[in-house]
Design a binder for this molecule. Structure first.
Ligand SMILES: [Zn+2]
Length: 158
């Protein structure tokens, strides 16, 4: 997978080949704030077909953003803005508040940290031997690359 350019779709689990084909969406609860952050195929690029482009179709609020707006330094600024909105919209029922920070940080890592997206396929294998003796989320970029080399498809089988 190309780092910071390709993702695994949270809906169909197939590779999203470019930021142009990727869509980021979440639920916006009027009272509870934002949850359910996920990355999926843009509706024009989904192998599942137009209908199932979002699991959130039936939900009350389904804000979303094209991946193009969240990648690179400008994308990082937008992601930071989403956190900075915390508390500043109290008179609009906290609609823009990030309610699930753990999910949001996972989205930030997937979008902004090189090799995180590819390496996270091997979380289970990594956790089993805990090679670097720390949580997967704490791995640095070189360690993520080592995880891919160790558990990925090109790992040596000796
Ligand atoms: Zn998909």
């Amino acid at each position: 997978m190309k780092a910071l350019r390709q993702w695994l779709c949270d809906s169909c689990r197939e590779v999203i080949f470019s930021p142009e084909d990727a869509w980021v969406e979440w639920l916006g609860h009027r009272d509870g704030g934002r949850t359910g952050f996920r990355i999926c195929h843009h509706q024009l690029a989904t192998p599942e077909g137009f209908q199932s482009y979002s699991i959130f179709d039936a939900a009350s609020g389904r804000p979303n953003m094209h991946m193009n707006r969240l990648i690179g330094p400008n994308g990082l600024l937008r992601l930071m803005e989403m956190v900075e909105d915390q508390g500043s919209f109290s008179n609009s029922s906290g609609y823009r508040r990030v309610a699930n920070m753990k999910e949001f940080l996972e989205l930030m890592r997937r979008v902004q940290i090189p090799h995180y997206e590819e390496a996270r396929q091997y979380i289970a294998a990594y956790q089993e031997d805990n090679f670097f003796e720390k949580d997967f989320e704490r791995l640095q970029v070189q360690e993520l690359q080592a995880v891919i080399a160790r558990y990925g498809p090109d790992a040596s089988t000796e």
